[in-house]
Write a protein that binds this ligand. Structure first.
Ligand code: CA2
Length: 156
């Protein structure tokens, strides 16, 4: 069986991680998180690709392009989590398992962060565990693939 491939996708402002608000988002940079994901992917037997964009349309294109290239997604949609019906629709359309990740515990923060347009179309949601959340999301996907969603047939 081919190695399952996972796209780790980060949304707006997350390219600036590690520089501001470490009490909320931690000290790790996005490069650190990408490195952690690649390392965890290797341990789990997953191919991991990472991408980030500050643009809603680009994130939607990346979700579309995941079809036929990747078997699942880990996504931190940043503030688009709380606003983007279009990202929700894109995830629904591609029909790939997606784990939604947030560094902070959005439910312990402002009320406007409690609503997620992504959660209803996600396989699961992890929040408040910092960068470790990405690791757990990859573990959840690896387990999901092992349970029978074969990685064969992609791109055929
Ligand atoms: O907790 C998360 O991971 C969030 O997705 C982060 C978003 C926020 O709008 C969500 O409600 C929760 C904000 C990302 C802001 O990124 C920063 C990067 C550097 C410094 C400060 C913030």
């Amino acid at each position: 069986m081919a190695k399952p491939s996972v796209l780790v996708l980060n949304g707006p402002n997350l390219n600036l991680l590690g520089r501001r608000e470490p009490a909320v988002y931690g000290h790790q940079t996005l490069a650190d998180i990408d490195g952690l994901c690649r390392e965890e992917g290797e341990a789990l037997g997953l191919d991991v690709a990472c991408a980030q964009s500050n643009y809603e349309g680009r994130l939607i294109e990346l979700i579309h392009e995941a079809m036929g290239r990747h078997h699942g997604l880990v996504m931190n949609p940043g503030a688009y989590t709380h606003t983007s019906l279009a990202i929700m629709d894109a995830i629904r359309v591609v029909d790939l398992p997606l784990v939604e990740v947030h560094l902070s515990n959005v439910h312990a923060r402002e009320a406007f962060r409690h609503k997620s347009f992504v959660s209803p179309v996600a396989m699961g949601v992890i929040c408040g565990l910092g960068a470790q959340g990405y690791r757990f999301a990859l573990q959840a996907l690896a387990q999901h693939f092992a349970k029978g969603s074969s990685a064969d047939g992609i791109g055929e």
